[in-house]
Structure formats: structure tokens, C-alpha cells
Design a protein around this ligand. Structure first.
Ligand SMILES: Nc1ncnc2c1ncn2[C@@H]1O[C@H](COP(=O)(O)OP(=O)(O)OP(=O)(O)O)[C@@H](O)[C@H]1O
Ligand SMILES: [Mg+2]
Length: 408
């Protein structure tokens, strides 16, 4: 960022957009809504594209082989453990970092030569990055004044932006006189007031308590719906990603290991890492005995065997990990189908209001978490039978490169 401090850049880039404008609303009405991509990840109306992007810091490769398309109007989330390359990727798009390789396209044009403030991107950060000496109103007006918007136009736009985040009555306060949630609303208004076409949010709710965070998630979602602006959102909170996003890109070790709508990632994770990172999951290690069609038979520890869907190319002798969700395991009545049947002993029970979680130990000492109804679950020490369908469990090859480090 030659000739500018980071905070100047942040502030300047926080300048575009209150897309309460008729343009955005009419785009929405005209059906320019790209919510999903095809199986190859190509979106219908692509707005942002990363093509073979890599980022090295010295010899360390922080981002590798990044290929991703983001649709116009889409809400896409980068989800991954700490250090997996989410912020670095966002910073390359914003212009705070340069890719070591590859290209980034914004609305069909390469962005490499554009400084941050010319990319028309709004940004919201975890730490708000507000100017402490300026009032709320001045903070929100800042992006407009640096863009030389006429004075007469600034006041109504600031007012509309503050209305959107319901902060009008606080216009004269300083950021230090606001709560964390209110400060983050100011940051949001500042990121939207200049009508950016793209808003990047890096852990924007990370500093807020759980209740406020959930409330803000809904507000952000509503604002996205209302404005039709494209949002790329970063979090390492999976429930936040699933709640808010049209699609989620899962980062691991500097690479995107899978991208898709939340339900697809949950139901059809591509790797053991994704299965363990999205939602609750039981993992059973074993070795493939035989493969037949889409399924494989796996020898587990202690002489048990299980059948599961085979993910990827598997052959006898391969080490695999079987993933099975707690809600897919039933306490078997004799009549229930299920290729996988196991005896177990209940070792713990957690009451969660609308359901209970049982901790069940199999004869090979493996522990499974099972989701059961709120009433009448077996008590500790009771022997039970568990079963699940092969089609509900997935066997992933382990030691595959992308799932090599499960360091979350
Ligand atoms: N300026 C830098 N110089 C050297 N290494 C860096 C630099 N910035 C980031 N890294 C490294 O690049 C990797 C990716 O960092 P990045 O900040 O993108 O992670 P992240 O996914 O945003 O993590 P978090 O969830 O903790 O914010 C990390 O290993 C980090 O230490
Ligand atoms: Mg980060």
C-alpha cells in the first residue's frame, strides 16, 4: 500500500455504499440473483473470480491454488480454522496484499493495478476500526467526503445509512460511548454508505457476545436481502457460516477444500476435514476390506466391520475414516433397516431441551454420540443396539493432502 497507512486504506475502502438505491432493488426484482453454482463451482453471473491465486510470505505458502467464483449478489463465506488463509485471501481482493501468482477479477476486470480505494469495496473488521475522535455521523460521512461527494448529498445518505442500522439517535456520540454491537453497526453503515458493489467482512461479529452475535447475523442477512449487494464474509464459526451464507468455501491449510451451499457441505462433505468441521460428527477409523459399487466394507478396530459410501477412489487396504452424524444413528428396533448394527453401552446423557445426546461405547471402546428424543432415553450403564444406513455414512481416504492437517 504505497503512500498510505493501513487505517487510511481501510477507511477509504470503507467508503462505498448504502445500496438502498433503486438500482440494487431493481436488479433484485429483475432476478439477478445468483445463489448457487454448478458442480464445477462456475456461477451464472460471476462478479468476483480468483484464478490460480497463490500467496507466499518468503518460502511460506499462505494461500495455494485458489480458484473461486463468487456470483453477483451472493453471500459467500470463507470458513476455516485459524491460519488457514481466509484473511490473506480477503486482503488480496481488497488490495491490501498482492498475490504472488494468479489473477483476481472484479466484475470482469483484473484488479491487480487498482489501489484499494478504487475497487469500490466496503470493509468491516472484527475490531470495528472506527475513528475514535469523530462522531458516529462523521465516521459514516468519512467515505463520502474522501470521495468528494457534494456536501448537500452527504447528510441524507448518512441519515439513510444510520437508519438502516437503527442508530439515528446516536449520530452525535463518539464510538467510545457506544456498546460493541452499536460500534459494529456504525462500521457497517460506514462500509455501506458509499454504495459499494462488494462488501468484505472479516469476523465482523467476533467481538460480540453470543446473543448479540445471533441478532446481528439476522440483521446482516436482512440488509443483504434488501440491498442485493455481494458479500464475502469470513468466520471460523461454523454455525454462523451455515446460518447466513448462500455458499460456504471451506479453507484448510491455505487451500479451499470444498465450496457449496450449507446443506450440501453438511450432507455430502468431500473430505474427512469438511465432515468434522461442519456440524457434529462421529469418526471411525478403519481399513477398506472390499469395495462394491458405491459402497465399501471397512474393518474397524476390535474386529467390528461397517459399510459406508466410498468417497473418492478407494481400494482394499486403504486407510479410511468413516463419518456418521449423531442424528443418523438410531437405537434399533428389530424392524429398522440398517446395514450397520452394533451393541453398545450408554456412558453419558446430556439433556438439551428439545433432544438428548447419548454417549455410547462400542465393544471396541470406540465412543459414539447419538441424538435421541427429549423423553425416555436409556440411562447410564444400559446396553442398547445402534444402527445406521450405509448410505448415511461416508468413508474418506485419510492422509489425503487437503485433509492432512486437521488442526482446528
Ligand atoms: N504478513 C505476513 N507474513 C508472514 N506470514 C503471514 C503474514 N500474514 C499472514 N501470514 C501467515 O499466513 C497464514 C494465513 O494467515 P491468515 O491471516 O490468512 O489466516 P486466517 O485464516 O485469517 O486465520 P484467523 O482465523 O486466525 O484469522 C498464517 O499461517 C499466517 O501466520
Ligand atoms: Mg483472519
Amino acid at each position: 500500500m504505497p503512500g498510505a497507512t493501513l487505517s487510511e486504506n481501510h477507511a477509504a475502502s470503507a467508503t462505498p455504499a448504502l445500496i438502498l438505491s433503486a438500482r440494487a432493488l431493481s436488479d433484485k426484482a429483475a432476478g439477478i440473483e445468483v445463489r448457487q453454482a454448478d458442480a464445477e463451482g462456475a456461477v451464472r453471473d460471476k462478479f468476483v473470480e480468483f484464478i490460480g491465486v497463490e500467496k507466499f510470505y518468503g518460502a511460506f505458502r499462505a494461500v495455494r491454488d485458489l480458484n473461486l467464483q463468487v456470483g453477483r449478489g451472493e453471500f459467500l463465506t470463507f470458513l476455516g480454522p485459524s491460519g488457514s488463509g481466509k484473511t490473506t485471501t480477503l486482503n488480496m481482493l481488497a488490495g491490501f496484499e498482492r498475490p504472488s501468482r494468479g489473477a483476481i477479477m472484479l466484475d470482469g476486470k483484473p484488479v491487480e493495478r487498482l489501489p484499494p480505494y478504487e475497487r469500490n469495496i466496503g470493509m468491516v473488521f472484527q475490531n470495528y476500526a472506527l475513528f475514535p475522535h469523530m462522531s458516529v455521523e462523521e465516521n459514516v460521512a468519512f467515505p463520502l467526503s474522501v470521495r468528494k461527494i457534494a456536501r448537500a448529498e452527504i447528510a441524507p445518505r448518512v441519515r439513510r445509512a444510520l437508519e438502516m442500522v437503527r442508530l439515528n439517535q446516536f449520530a452525535d456520540r463518539k464510538p467510545g460511548q457506544l456498546s460493541g454491537g452499536q460500534q459494529q453497526r456504525v462500521a457497517l453503515a460506514r462500509a455501506l454508505v458509499f454504495e459499494p458493489t462488494l462488501v468484505l467482512m472479516d469476523e465482523p461479529l467476533g467481538a460480540l457476545d453470543k446473543k448479540l452475535r445471533e441478532h446481528m447475523q439476522l440483521e446482516l442477512k436482512q440488509i443483504h436481502e434488501m440491498l442485493g449487494v455481494t458479500i464475502i464474509y469470513v468466520t471460523h464459526d461454523q454455525s454462523e457460516a451455515l446460518t447466513m451464507s448462500d455458499r460456504v468455501a471451506i479453507f484448510d491449510g491455505g487451500a479451499i477444500v470444498q465450496v457449496g451451499p450449507p446443506d450440501l457441505l453438511y450432507k455430502e462433505p468431500a473430505t474427512a476435514f469438511v465432515a468434522s468441521f461442519i456440524g457434529e460428527n462421529n469418526a471411525l477409523d478403519g481399513v477398506v476390506e472390499r469395495v462394491s459399487g458405491a459402497e465399501c466394507r471397512v474393518a474397524l478396530q476390535g474386529g467390528l466391520t461397517a459399510t459406508a459410501l466410498a468417497v473418492g477412489e478407494l481400494a482394499p487396504g486403504n486407510q479410511v475414516q468413516i463419518a456418521i452424524r449423531p442424528e443418523r444413528i438410531s437405537m434399533a428396533a428389530a424392524s429398522l433397516p440398517g446395514e450397520n448394527r452394533f451393541q453398545g453401552v450408554v456412558e453419558g446423557r446430556v439433556y438439551l431441551g428439545d433432544h438428548q445426546r447419548l454417549l455410547v461405547r462400542l465393544p471396541n471402546q470406540q465412543e459414539l454420540t447419538v441424538k435421541v428424543g427429549a423423553e425416555g432415553a436409556p440411562g447410564n450403564g444400559q446396553a442398547i443396539e445402534l444402527c445406521w444406513l450405509a448410505a448415511d455414512s461416508r468413508a474418506f481416504p485419510i492422509k489425503a493432502p487437503a485433509s492432512g492437517k486437521q488442526s482446528h
